[in-house]
Design a protein. Structure first.
Length: 347
């Protein structure tokens, strides 16, 4: 591509996601979606240093552990990064305080609709609030409560997912939300796909799966190898066997663990029928099945029995690449798509 053509494409991309870049303070409006056990200082700093916006996954960390992770990340990058907090964490207020004291600029609230009190506390403390909007009504409510940016995440994503694909969520939400930047997530692995959402009004994109299998990710080599091997169809959501015993849908690679989960549910339901287990005990037993399973897969490399959370975009992970190379690929694909469009409209 001729340099001037490329420059014009890049300028258009900069303009298309300017709102997202301004909000995040990063070179590109590309968020590294927080991934428990994976999104720690090394990956987060690598994403921010490469021009994206890394986000620490607090998960179940306690306040001291989070403070250490933030300090560790600050030692590795001068660029902005955020922290993802789960709203049902029992020490949420303390975690918010830790972020504010460490001057973290952006807090992403996940795992439920955050209270306006939490949103206000974060804003009063000088940080910006990002929240997940699973539907248009909730997007509007979150903005009223003070959320300054939204993420809409389709069911293609890895980890805990809602029932609606990004294709549909984007059409439902993007044309109607103008007050705050909206970032799209779920199933994204190429820059041209990201451009198509920017054209629809998104301010930027959030990716998880592609970054999890990067060189800088501390995930076990076997975890990364499973991503390289995996096809889109292998990244399935957890199956619920009995409507009386709800299972939170989590998308990950099918393995012996996911098959054992089905057998476990069948066993628990049988024990409930026998009267061996009460309804509450049966539900608890189902919920406890996966306790510690993500850590087993990510850190210990047990990809057969652990929880190998991955999105459908896993099929587009072809090798373990450095973060800078992944981000560069995404940006160049985005520019190429824009240039194609510019050349078509000028014909
Ligand atoms: C291994 C893994 C762990 C994840 N853990 C979390 C988490 O702790 N909190 C969260 O908000 N999202 C979590 N996610 C979702 C990501 O932040 C991101 O939104 C998602 O991966 C985007 O879709 P993609 O996987 O298709 O790129 C996780 C995803 C993966 C693959």
């Amino acid at each position: 591509m001729a340099p001037d053509v490329h420059d014009r494409g890049r300028a258009e991309l900069d303009a298309l996601w300017a709102r997202g870049r301004d909000f995040l303070g990063s070179r590109y409006a590309l968020l590294g979606g927080a991934m428990s056990w994976v999104s720690e200082r090394n990956l987060v700093a690598a994403i921010s240093n490469a021009g994206g916006f890394g986000v620490i996954a607090c998960g179940a960390m306690d306040p001291d552990r989070l403070a250490a992770e933030i300090a560790g990340t600050q030692a590795l990058t001068q660029r902005p990064f955020g922290v993802n907090l789960i709203t049902m964490h029992p020490q949420l207020d303390d975690l918010v305080r830790v972020c504010l004291e460490a001057k973290v600029g952006h807090i992403v609230l996940a795992g439920g609709i955050p209270s306006s009190a939490t949103i206000r506390a974060i804003r009063d403390g000088g940080a910006r609030v990002v929240a997940f909007a699973p539907a248009l009504v909730l997007a509007k409510r979150l903005i009223k409560s003070g959320a300054e940016a939204l993420v809409i995440e389709g069911s293609e994503a890895g980890g805990h997912v809602g029932p609606v694909s990004l294709t549909v969520l984007a059409q439902e939400i993007l044309p109607h939300i103008h007050d705050v930047p909206v970032f799209v997530a779920g199933g994204l692995a190429r820059g041209d796909a990201i451009v198509s959402y920017l054209e629809q009004g998104a301010a930027g994109a959030q990716l998880g799966t592609r970054f999890a299998a990067s060189v800088e990710s501390i995930a076990h080599e076997r975890f990364k190898a499973a991503f390289v091997r995996g096809n889109a169809r292998d990244a399935v959501t957890s199956v619920q066997l009995d409507e009386r015993f709800p299972v939170i849908p989590v998308r990950g690679l099918a393995n012996a663990g996911s098959r054992a989960f089905l057998a476990h549910q069948a066993d628990v339901v049988r024990q409930f029928h026998d009267g061996t287990l009460s309804k509450d005990e049966a539900q608890l037993s189902i919920e406890h099945f996966w306790a510690g399973a993500l850590r087993r897969a990510v850190i210990d490399g047990d990809v057969e029995h652990g929880s190998v959370m991955a999105g459908q975009s896993v099929g587009m992970v072809k090798s373990v690449q450095p973060i800078a190379e992944i981000i560069d690929d995404l940006v160049e694909q985005a520019i190429a798509a824009i240039v194609k469009w510019q050349q078509r409209t000028e014909r």
